[in-house]
Design a protein. Structure first.
Length: 171
């Protein structure tokens, strides 16, 4: 028997939706200001983030993560490569693959972009306990389409273990 939602429960969802919009707005505002100084936008940020957290990521995998067209990724990626933030290498096992790595300049920008976001989480952790934060992460994970959760879990695990790998050098 399905429970009929009361009006107050719907308002709770609307509150949650608005909180997601506003928290994302503020969460991304510091990196946006940094990106603006470089003439970059949020698409550049997403590429820098996922390449930085997944050294050696293939272009095909990046397309799958971002769910953008090849054309839009090609423009952003070309700018990041031309400006010296990302290097593209041919795969060792599969020469058809193009693997992406941040350059030292790319690592510096990525670190600058993520620092204020880490700072926001540090401030949050001063006000909530670990269990509350873990519950929030569980809710965020459950917002992801069920078919994508395992892939996201794997990406997060890879990101957690990633080192600053510079192409041509051992990380």
């Amino acid at each position: 028997m399905k429970k009929v939602k009361e009006e107050s429960e719907t308002h709770d969802y609307k509150d949650a939706i608005e909180l997601m919009f506003f928290s994302y707005r503020d969460f991304i505002s510091d990196p946006d200001a940094i990106l603006h100084k470089h003439g970059f936008g949020r698409a550049h940020h997403r590429v820098l983030h996922f390449v930085g957290c997944n050294p050696g990521l293939s272009i095909a995998n990046l397309l799958d993560i971002l769910r953008v067209t090849k054309q839009s990724l090609a423009r952003v990626l070309r700018e990041l490569i031309d400006e010296g933030y990302i290097n593209q290498e041919i795969g060792i096992l599969d020469r058809r693959k193009r693997l992406l790595f941040l350059t030292p300049k790319g690592h510096k920008l990525h670190d600058n972009l993520i620092a204020p976001q880490i700072g926001r989480f540090d401030r949050v952790m001063e006000e909530v306990d670990t269990a509350t934060f873990d519950s929030w992460k569980k809710v965020m994970r459950l917002m992801i389409n069920p078919a994508d959760r395992e892939n996201v879990d794997n990406l997060i695990a890879t990101s957690r273990n990633a080192k600053n790998v510079v192409p041509g050098k051992e990380g």
